[in-house]
Design a protein. Structure first.
Length: 67
């Protein structure tokens, strides 16, 4: 299984995203993007992701699910 971000639920704020801090592999990252409504987005770097599910458990907006 791997984490998938539900973009419509994601607040996409680097300063409040608990999943970024919780990921011991640094696989959850914030990417600045002026084309996004809030100026950026949260992404998963699958090359670093171990599939542990910690990001899904810690996501404050319940915007990450395991598939």
């Amino acid at each position: 299984m791997k984490p998938v971000i539900l973009k419509k639920k994601c607040p996409a704020q680097a300063n409040i995203c608990k999943a970024i801090i919780a990921c011991s592999n640094n696989a959850v990252i914030y990417v600045e993007d002026d084309k996004e409504p809030l100026g950026g987005r949260i992404e998963i770097d699958y090359t670093k992701c171990s599939g542990c599910g910690t990001c899904a458990k810690e996501c404050c907006g319940m915007a990450i699910k395991m598939e």
